[in-house]
Each structure stands twice: as C-alpha cells, then as structure tokens.
Design a protein around this ligand. Structure first.
Ligand SMILES: Nc1ncnc2c1ncn2[C@@H]1O[C@H](COP(=O)(O)OP(=O)(O)OP(=O)(O)O)[C@@H](O)[C@H]1O
Length: 294
C-alpha cells in the first residue's frame, strides 16, 4: 500500500479545494493508497507536520494550494531532507510552476501523476538561506501577490492582482541596483527584476522562453527604467512574445547572482514576502523531486 501525506491550504485561490477533499482521498484510496491529510492554518505550520509525517509518507507528499503554499512546502521538505516526490494540485490564484508542468485544475489528472509514480528532479533557487521554486523578484509590481486582500483574491482571482498592479503604476519609481550574475556586473536604474526558474510568472507563460527547470540555471529578466508609455509598449510586446528583443529589457542566464542596492528594497519569493536586499542567489540542483504526468 502506498502512503502519502496531503497538505492543503483551505483559503488558496477560490477556497474551493476543501470541498473536493473527499474526492481526492477516494481517488488515492481506490488506487491503493492511504492518505494523511493536513490543513494549513498559519504561515510556517507545514514544517512541523512534515517533520512528523515524513516517516509515514514514504511514497510522496501532495500539496494543494497556490504558489505560496507550494513555496512553504518545498522549503519544509528541503529543510527536513525529504527525499520522496511532491505532487501538486493547483488550487491557488496563479500556480505558475504547476501550469508550467501542464497541471491544470482537473483533480483526477493531478492525482494520476502521483499514483502513476513518475517523477523528475527540478532546480530550486536558494536566496539568503531560503528556497524558491519559481521566482524571486523585487521592484514594480512584484509585491502585488502578497499585498492583495485574500477575500478579493478569492472572489476576483488573478484579476485582483492585475487591478492592484495597475494601481501601483502612477506612483512607480526606479531602483538603483548592482547585479553580479556569474561574474558579469550590471549597475543601473531599473524598474524591476525577476529571477525565474520556469519562466512563467503572473500567468505570463513565456517571460523567459529559454528557461528550463532542470538546467542548473536561473533566468534573470531586468526591466530598465523607462516611462509609463514605454512600459505600456513593453506590456504589449510581452503579450506578443517580442519583449526579449526590447531595448528596455535585459535577459541573461546565470547560476549565481548577487543583487544589492543602497536603498531598503523588499523582495518577493514565489508570491510571498522575501528578505530585504542584498540577495545572494544560487541554483540548487538534484534536491527536489516532483511527480510528472506520464
Ligand atoms: N488556514 C489559513 N487561513 C488563512 N491563511 C492561510 C491559511 N493557510 C495558509 N495561509 C496563508 O496562505 C498563503 C498562501 O496562499 P497561496 O499562495 O497558496 O494562495 P493564493 O495566494 O490564492 O495563490 P497564488 O500564490 O498562486 O496566487 C500563505 O501566506 C499562508 O500563510
């Protein structure tokens, strides 16, 4: 009999996964599994659960939530040296990493990846001792995910993020940063930077078309200081997939990145509040396994 632990966030996305818990447990039991469920309550509580459940869950952990919940779970799994694969049931507002892996909202499809037993290793980013699975960022629009009200997110979904982002634009200002990426130094006034694993951020699928989640590299995308009208033009080229050739964008791949600023700049990790700059970022390979569709 296969043994799994299932961690779910009852408020992620439209807060509906909890009504499908019985269906999920039935699916896993009918496939010959037994399941230990855990309902998240506050930030950080998954660590003690994973510590206790790792002896039991010898065939895998499963997480249902958004990018923030997945972020907490991978941090706890790596800290607890959990070696079994992670299954992801996307039930958050965006779930960029799961979308990159082609997991949609269809519960049986996500669970079939777990019961199918196929997995792959993926890179994670390490930043100042914490891990991120999909993106580390700072600057304009990057704090939207952790500053939107939960009720608004539950009702409006990702539209709540876009509305909040639009509200930020009139008061936007640039940041002066120095970035050292695998020895290459960039010092400039910028609007934002994204350090991506999958290249899918904010539901934009191809922000870094060359990004791969197992190449040992992170994709750094910098938006240079520009005017609001130039920024609007840039959004249009993002929708058209032409942004990487824009003069306002710098894109490079690196495995070690150091970012500093002489101002107090807050970062964002997978949609959760991250540390203040400076950030010391590196790629961690072969430590995290995720279930994949066969
Ligand atoms: N029972 C709970 N009640 C309220 N907040 C919770 C609960 N459990 C976890 N949280 C908080 O939910 C946040 C994570 O939400 P998550 O990112 O998974 O969903 P989301 O914001 O809807 O999706 P996404 O990040 O994909 O946009 C964390 O900050 C965590 O502390």
């Amino acid at each position: 009999m296969k043994k799994y632990a299932l961690i779910y966030n009852p408020v992620s996305g439209d807060a509906k996964f909890k009504t499908r818990l019985d269906e999920a447990i039935e699916y896993l039991q009918l496939s010959g599994g037994i399941v230990l469920p855990f309902r998240t309550r506050v930030k950080g509580d998954v660590r003690s659960f994973i510590h206790q459940a790792k002896e039991f869950a010898t065939d895998g952990f499963i997480v249902s939530g958004g990018d923030g919940t997945v972020h907490e779970v991978i941090n706890a799994m790596l800290a607890e040296a959990v070696d079994v694969p992670l299954g992801i049931i996307p039930s958050g507002t965006c779930n960029d990493f799961a979308s990159h892996l082609s997991f949609g909202r269809e519960l049986p499809r996500c669970l079939s990846a777990v019961t199918g037993g196929f997995w792959r290793t993926v890179d994670v980013g390490s930043v100042n001792g914490e891990y991120f699975l999909n993106v580390a960022s700072a600057g304009l629009l990057t704090s939207v995910a952790h500053s939107v009200d939960t009720t608004l997110k539950n009702t409006l979904g990702r539209m709540a993020y876009y509305l909040k982002g639009l509200g930020e634009l009139p008061s936007f200002r640039s940041l002066h940063v120095k970035i050292t990426a695998d020895g290459q130094v960039i010092e400039d006034d910028i609007l934002l930077f994204l350090i991506m694993n999958s290249g899918m951020v904010g539901s934009f699928p191809t922000l870094a078309p060359e990004a791969k989640i197992d190449d040992g590299k992170l994709d750094l995308l910098i938006v240079n200081k520009c005017s609001i009208s130039e920024l609007m033009g840039l959004f249009i080229s993002i929708f058209a997939g032409r942004h990487t050739s824009s003069s306002h964008i710098r894109h490079l791949q690196a495995s070690d990145i150091y970012i500093e600023s002489n101002e107090p700049v807050e970062s964002d990790l997978d949609g959760e509040r991250g540390p203040l700059l400076p950030l010391s970022i590196s790629t961690v390979t072969n430590r995290l396994k995720v279930f994949r569709l066969s």
